[in-house]
Write a protein that binds this ligand. Structure first.
Ligand code: Z5A
Length: 234
């Protein structure tokens, strides 16, 4: 089944053998501002737990002590010194290299399902399409930072830019990147849409414009289709 191709070879091999997956899974939630991915993280977590998996959640940038320090540099606006776009890009990969090595991979080796609020596709969308970095340069950095490591499934929550911005307007404060323009977020959304169209076996796009419960129902369906067939060792 085409959708199941999004699972890693190892997991599919385990399915074919009728055995327990030899490693965990890595599921990523992506989307532009206010798309609702953080809201749906709990749905993904509880759905995977109901399927019998042990689950850990993380986020990007961040997720480990050091990566959270990098997050703070990335998202806090310093009135004395602006963070340049090149530093921003390099820090995203510094945080990712740290997160993959010290948290995601070790957990997956223990059979845990790791769910991350954002991952590498955010860099393609925000630093590639948003800031205008060459996608080949980003690819070279990715290879250096995390090699060929990638998610088993990415859930992309899509809402139009105005809806997303409207949702986050209610927040009291905006971080450094959230202060960008509508044009910036329009390019970011295009980055996500292009990638999803070019990689249908990696990314499952979900319309994020419905109610929280409507979106959650779609999330549950997709996870059941992708992972409901896997057997988990007691
Ligand atoms: N970034 C980057 O540039 N490059 C990278 O490589 C990486 C990240 C990894 C991280 O910010 C920033 O780093 C992010 C991208 C950049 N900057 N921006 N912009 P973050 O982690 O602090 O925040 P975020 O990821 O951008 O989260 P967000 O803006 O909050 O979006 P969200 O997680 O998709 O939305 P939400 O928190 O679930 O919901 C937002 C509001 O909408 C909230 O009030 C909800 O109650 C409401 N909501 C959610 N779903 C619905 C529905 N279905 N209907 C109505 N209202 C809803």
């Amino acid at each position: 089944m085409a959708e199941q191709a999004a699972c890693s070879g190892q997991v599919l091999a385990a399915q074919n053998a009728g055995a327990t997956p030899r490693r965990g899974l890595f599921i990523v939630l992506e989307g532009g501002e206010g798309a609702g991915k953080s809201t749906q993280l709990q749905t993904v977590k509880s759905c995977m737990q109901e399927l019998g998996f042990t689950v850990e959640c993380t986020r990007e940038p961040g997720g480990t002590k050091l990566a959270e320090q990098i997050r703070s540099i990335l998202l806090t606006k310093d009135p004395d010194e602006a963070l340049c776009s090149t530093s921003e890009l390099l820090l995203m990969y510094a945080a990712r290299a740290q997160l993959v090595r010290s948290k995601i991979r070790p957990l997956m080796e223990q059979g845990v399902v790791v769910i991350s609020d954002r991952f590498d596709l955010s860099t393609i969308a925000y630093q590639g399409y948003g800031r205008g970095f060459d996608l080949q340069e980003i690819k070279a950095l990715r290879e250096l930072a995390i090699g060929d490591f990638k998610p088993d499934l990415t859930l992309l929550f899509d809402v139009d830019v105005d809806t997303g911005m409207q949702r986050v307007l209610q927040r009291s404060s905006k971080d450094r990147i959230e202060e960008e323009s509508r044009q910036f977020f329009t390019r970011v959304r295009q980055g996500y849409l292009d990638y999803a169209q070019q990689h249908p076996d990696e990314v499952c796009m979900l319309d994020g414009s419905g109610s929280v419960e409507q979106v959650a129902e779609k999330v549950r369906q997709v996870l059941q289709e992708h992972f409901g067939h896997l057997q988990v060792q007691a």
